[in-house]
Design a protein around this ligand. Sequence first.
Ligand code: SF4
Length: 391
Amino acid sequence: MTGPCPRTVQPVAATTNKAPSANFSLDIAISLEFSTFITQVGRTNTQEIHSIVDARCLRKYTQSPMKTVFSGIQPSGELHLGNYLGAIRNWVELQNEFFCFFCIVDYHAITQDYTPKEMRGRVLDMATDILACGVDPEKSVLFVQSDVREHTELCWVLNSVSQFGDLSRMTQFKDKSQRQEHNINVGLFDYPVLQSADILLYKGQFVPVGQDQVQHIEFARRLARGFNTRWGKVFPEPEAKLTSTPKIIGLDGKAKMSKSIGNTIPLGATDKQVRKLLAKAVTDPQREKREDVGDPDKCNVYSLHGFFSSEEDKAWVREGCTTAGIGCVDCKTKLGDNLIETLTPIRNRKKELLADPDTVIDILNQGRDKARQSAAKTMDQVRKKLGLWQR
Ligand code: SF4
């Protein structure tokens, strides 16, 4: 594990639980470089110093043996339990092992219906929640996709090695087209190419995904190979890093937890709201009355216990459910207690961030600057390989 960047001298970073560095030599080297730099420049423009130190930190880190991870999330507004379990909880782990680029993908979001005046708020809400969950801007690069122009630039280049047939076979395109028949736009069709550009721009080696996204990562690998064969080697072939979390089913017990379906628990929900939402959660349909025995393996409430409850609590549920010793109300109360215990520190951090929104904006701006440096370097290589006009 590599320690935090000496950019921690800056005043706007969020309070974080920094892991102790296991690579002191790298930290010391960067710190020495920072001190030497301050002495050399002999000036006090802190913003300028910070941006140059950021560049040096990024260079050091991208040259480190840490593998690079890229992952994106759409700015759907406030995070819900499904996002947390399926992605963000994993990001918090990954940042300790990998050099991570975490991106709020607003260009992807415009392929679906949305209200432009709400977009900024959705991005900020998403960033706030991601930080509240524990993504640490001193370990990871958190930024907004449209803030780094090279994403769309590389997407255009990759379009030239993308095959129409390949794209038309994408399952997600077919699903989304069915869901929005009134708006089957080219962006929706081209979505996997932009997603590939997102990953390849940072030479991402691993992409944490669920099984449903593996097809897109395979596609990104083909594009990397296609580019390298046609124009010369620039990109590594990214690998899907399958998350162990299975699909999180919503409170309706049927579909994947999704804000658009309305079967979620928002991370920012109050204790009362959490309990109210859980009260509506669908249980084992065989258990119509309190005295009916149930089967926890056929109940989505029990699946949620799997993420938040101790072995002891899970055993208590299994025993009580299969013997009708407990009712679904008791079971949901226990789940509510355990869920609230997990959510409370996240909600507290969120409250602090909401009280100081400039901190979130500063973190996104710093992330953008770091991402741009890496993206610009890749695009320089791409333009040279393509023989494009250069000044
Ligand atoms: S007791 Fe719990 S696990 Fe059993 S059916 Fe009710 S909610 Fe589901």
